[in-house]
Design a protein around this ligand. Structure first.
Ligand code: GAL
Ligand code: CA
Length: 341
């Protein structure tokens, strides 16, 4: 029941810039109607909602007298089956380009077949399909960021904070006792961010002891839950919390807050994304740092690619890796940096 409600909400998330009849193939006279179909894995994902807000604005900016653009955005409620159906509907509705944030990044074949049949190019974003799938057809593209870069930056920021503040090693055993809050299993950003954060802390000479980890699927409430369990097991032993995204770092902080922990017994928290609330928490010095996942840059790259694909010009200006990948850089965010900006 809950699942069904979620899906229904996702279907409603539809918007048409310039409402009427934006759909259909690009016209043969000078004016063009462009219809972009977007589907993403789950409409409750905070980072993706912020990214798609940017994308809507970017697409709006592309409109001109001659070029009318409409966009339909659907959330798939965490179901690949639902997403496959949404893609079918979008294609039947005449969309010229698809932007797909896969539910299951290892299972894009049905979507690729549907799109190839009608020659509708696909821009995958944020959830990267595996290389073999990207090689299935030449009209497949990917826009995102490199997971290892965000992990490394998170580890470097944590190392810097630990070196600057010896109190972090609360029990003075020369090691930092840490826990990790992980995103969805199987997501490129989960495994790689965790690995690289830990590697770069070690490379900076920080001795570590891993106490535990919790899977929390990018979600604040789930992270709060996992963190509460870890706190009841380790009490004040935890000195550092590495979270694969800001929402989960915030969930971990919620858990400590509910238990009325005082500042001197709190660990350091690090996130990734730089969402609106994530940045606020950095500004308030509750979150020691985050890594900015450049949603504006990714949205702009997606919109530019949409335009290039429908007009057939501008592909040569795109900064592709291996002809089909566009990666935007991450950036470290600390309170000091926010003060400078
Ligand atoms: C990550 C992001 C997470 C979540 C996830 C969804 O890049 O850091 O917050 O949005 O993508 O695929
Ligand atoms: Ca310690």
């Amino acid at each position: 029941m809950k699942g069904r409600k979620k899906i229904a909400a996702g279907m409603l998330c539809c918007m048409c810039i310039l409402g009427v009849n934006g759909c259909g193939q690009a016209d043969s006279d000078n004016s063009q109607n462009v219809y972009v179909g977007v589907t993403y894995y789950d409409q409750s994902d905070i980072f993706l909602n912020e990214l798609l807000d940017c994308f809507k604005k970017e697409i709006q900016d592309l409109e001109s007298e001659e070029k009318k653009i409409s966009v339909t955005i659907q959330g798939a409620g965490g179901s690949q089956r639902t997403q496959d159906d949404q893609v079918k509907e979008l294609i039947d509705g005449g969309c010229n380009v698809l932007c797909v944030n896969l539910v299951d990044r290892t299972d894009p074949s049905e979507i690729i077949d549907l799109a190839r049949e009608k020659q509708v190019p696909i821009i995958f974003f944020n959830r990267e399909p595996v290389a073999e799938d990207m090689a299935q057809w030449e009209q497949l593209y990917y826009v995102g960021a490199k997971a290892e870069e965000s992990g490394t930056m998170q580890g470097e920021m944590a190392a810097e904070a630990i070196k600057a503040n010896p109190q972090v090693d609360r029990n003075k055993d020369g090691k930092i006792q840490y826990v990790v809050l992980e995103g969805e299993p199987g997501h490129q950003d989960t495994i790689i961010r965790t690995e690289n954060a830990v590697e770069s802390l070690k490379a900076e000479g920080i001795e570590l002891e891993k106490l535990s980890y919790g899977l929390a699927n990018w979600n604040r409430a789930q992270a709060e839950n996992r963190m509460s369990q870890m706190i009841s097991q380790y009490q004040t032993k935890i000195e550092l919390v590495l979270a694969n995204n800001d929402e989960m770092a915030l969930g971990a902080m919620d858990a400590y807050e509910k238990l009325n922990y005082t500042e001197s017994t709190l660990p350091l928290f690090f996130g990734i994304d730089g969402t609106k609330v994530g940045l606020e928490a950095v500004r308030d010095s509750r979150l020691s740092g985050t890594v900015y996942n450049d949603k504006e840059g990714q949205a702009k790259a997606m919109a530019k690619l949409v335009e290039a694909l429908v007009t057939g010009s501008g592909m040569e200006d795109m900064d592709f890796e291996n002809q089909k990948y566009l990666y935007l850089p991450y950036a470290k965010v600390t309170e000091e940096q926010l003060e400078i900006d």
